[in-house]
Structures are given as C-alpha cells and as structure tokens.
Design a protein around this ligand. Structure first.
Ligand SMILES: [Mg+2]
Length: 387
C-alpha cells in the first residue's frame, strides 16, 4: 500500500472554559488534521495539536512542515509513493521523519510528524482490519485516567477536586505555578491548594494520587525548593517545576527535598530524554506524542526510561478524542506506564471524534479497525476557522 496524496487541513477547537496554566490561558486551539490517501483507496487521518510554548510549533508551521514532506523538490524525501502496508514499512518512514540518535532531515516539528504517523498507522490498521493497539502488541485493558484542574482559587480547587473524587477519579492533578493567582502573593495559592486537597483526600480516606504540574512556572530552583519544602510528604510528584532549558535544575531540587519530580517540557523527544536521563534527578517523565513525534517514539522513550529506573506517564496537549486515541495506543503497548492524562478532550467544546470511552472507572479504546477513534469528515467543516 503506497501513499498517493497528503493533505493538511487547518482547523479550530474551542475550549468549554478558559484553561489556565502557568504560562498561558487557552481559550481555543488552532490545530491541523492530516489526511493520507493510498493507492488501495484507504484513507488515514492524523491530528496535530501544536503547542508553541512547548515545541515552538504553530498551525502555520505544521502546515508548512507537512507540505515539506510532500514536496520532493525541497527535501531528499517525499511521503508520496512511500510504502506503508506493514508496521515495518511505517517504522522505516518514521526512521527518516523522526530518527533516533541520527541525522535529521527536519529539526523539531514533532506534532506535524505525530499527525503524519497517526495517519499512516490509521491507514495501516484499516488495511489489516485490526485495531492499532493490537498491531503494536497491546491488550485492550482499561486504563486509569487523571482529573486535571486548571488554576482557580484554593476554595474552588478544593470544590472541583471533591467533585472529581466523587466521580471516581483516582489521580488528581493540580496546575500550579502562576505567581499571585487567586489573589494571593507568590505561590501561596499553590501551597494552599495542595495542602487543602491533600486534607480533603485524607478526610475521605480515599486512595487518590495528588500531583502538581507547575508548567515551568516556579522558574528557579530556589522557588521550586521553597514550594517543595512547604508541601513535603503531601504530593505524589511535582511536574516541570522550573524553566525547561535548565536540565540541571531537577538534580539540584532533588538534593534539597524529597518530593518526587516529573519532567515534561524539558523532554522534547527521544534524544532529549536521553540527555536528561543521563543527567539524573528525575523520577518520572510525562511522555506526549506531540513532543515525541508520535506513538512509536513514545514507546521507545518509555523503554529507554525504564533502563534508568524512570517511569512514564502518557500525557496530552489537550487533544480531541481522535488524538487521544494514539496516546491510549502507546499506553496499552506498555502497561507499566504510571498514569495517563488523555481525557483532556473533556475540556473541548465540540469534540468532533469518537475515541476513548469511560466504562466504569477506566478508559477503554474501541475495537474497530483503525487507530481507535473515528469521526464523520463532514464534522471537520464546522471547525474551519472563520477568518
Ligand atoms: Mg505538564
């Protein structure tokens, strides 16, 4: 099966309510759907959610990158005519688009590459008549999922956490790291939110993990250490405390506090994960397909981290149900992942796809042939930006 046509469609997704994290308030997301057509008439789709604050990509750059991979005149390589009729064939294409420890044709652009990979794997799974998770060796067991709360006042955070626990969530993730939020100076809101939600969990005698994600917002090692000392013993882990470029910060914080640390923005993909794992100081990595350039490299990264005794979470960039399905595929391929944050599609108004579904208290993928999610392409017409 060969690729005969590649298209990229620019689209908009609106959030149900503004999502507040340390460095940005998100009200809508500009994203791109990649459509791959093959000589067997099979069509595969892939979703790119570019996050300029993490990977430096925008909708325009994703469009340009996809175009580059089609135009053989611009790079030595074009997707057109490439064989993708087996997992080995798709892996061979990905070794060029997103190489591991090797020369690259294009630097960065991981969400564009992730969308191309999803479209190729979706087409492959449809050709083989199988759900993709099975092709990658996974079982369709349900997985735990996370309740992520954006930054609100301490009172509202506790209220929303109580609602989440009552709904059955067992992993509570608080966004922190916005100075002065909630009308309090510095990071006092964050410390209050963690202590109060921990008190709530203890009062309910529930087995709930409590996690804080600073999205780099504490900026410096000193700020992060001060926060950690105030919440010592109350947090299961702290994610991305300091600016992503300071790879030495994790080991410096670790030397002074006992709070386990997770790297997110500091890990851009397989190669950068290797650098950070060598430097040490991290307990966990938040693996996102929009950073790794897709599911195959995400799985490679999880295996690499395991060799250093570091466990991974599969996270997301607020993807729709369609994009979230690929995170599920990676999580199902490696059941040892410590948690997932793939239900962020819940925050989106007009989520256009059907994908992972909650049954009981766990998240499951569908069993139909393809990547694990589907949608009516006419739905996309409602998401075309009105400029
Ligand atoms: Mg994070």
């Amino acid at each position: 099966m060969k690729i005969t046509r590649v298209e990229a469609l620019p689209l908009d997704l609106r959030m149900k309510e503004p999502f507040v994290i340390a460095n940005v308030v998100m009200e809508a997301m500009q994203f791109v759907m990649v459509r791959i057509e093959t000589d067997e008439g099979i069509v595969g789709w892939g979703e790119a959610i570019p996050a300029w604050e993490v990977t430096g990509e925008t909708r325009q750059s994703v469009m340009a990158c996809v175009r580059l991979f089609v135009d053989a005149g611009l790079v030595e390589y074009s997707l057109l005519g490439k064989e993708i009729g087996s997992l080995e064939a798709v892996r061979a294409v990905m070794d060029v688009l997103e190489p591991k420890e090797d020369l690259r044709l294009v630097y960065g652009n991981p969400s564009a590459i992730a969308a191309i990979e999803q479209a190729m794997l979706d087409a492959l799974a449809k050709k083989l008549g199988l759900p993709l998770y099975r092709i990658l060796g996974g079982e369709n067991q349900g997985i735990e999922f996370t309740k992520t709360l954006s930054i609100h006042s301490v009172e509202e955070t506790v209220e929303r956490a109580a609602e989440g626990i009552a709904e059955g969530f067992r992993i509570m993730r608080l966004k922190v790291g916005r100075p002065g939020s909630g009308g309090l100076p510095g990071y006092q809101r964050d410390i209050g939110a963690v202590l109060e939600v921990r008190r709530l969990i203890e009062g309910l005698h529930k087995d709930v993990l409590l996690i804080a994600d600073a999205n780099q917002g504490f900026r410096t090692v000193d700020n992060a250490v001060a926060f950690c000392k105030a919440v010592e013993g109350k947090l299961d882990w702290l994610e991305s405390p300091t600016v992503a470029g300071d790879l030495h910060a994790f080991s410096k914080i670790k030397a002074k506090t006992g709070v386990p640390l997770m790297a997110d923005e500091a890990v851009h993909g397989y190669d950068s994960a290797r650098t950070l794992l060598e430097l040490g100081g991290i307990d966990y990595i938040n693996v996102k397909l929009m950073k790794t350039g897709g599911a195959l490299r995400a799985i490679d990264l999880i295996d690499l981290a395991a060799g250093y005794g570091v466990k991974c979470q599969i996270g997301s960039m607020i993807e729709s149900s369609y994009g979230a399905a690929m995170g599920m595929v990676a999580a199902l391929a490696r059941p040892g992942v410590i948690s997932t944050d793939l239900n962020a599609y819940d925050l989106i108004e007009g989520n256009y796809a059907r994908g992972p579904e909650i049954r009981g208290k766990l998240l499951y993928l569908g069993d139909e042939p393809g990547c694990g999610a589907s949608f009516d392409p006419r739905q996309l017409e409602t998401l075309i930006p009105k400029i």
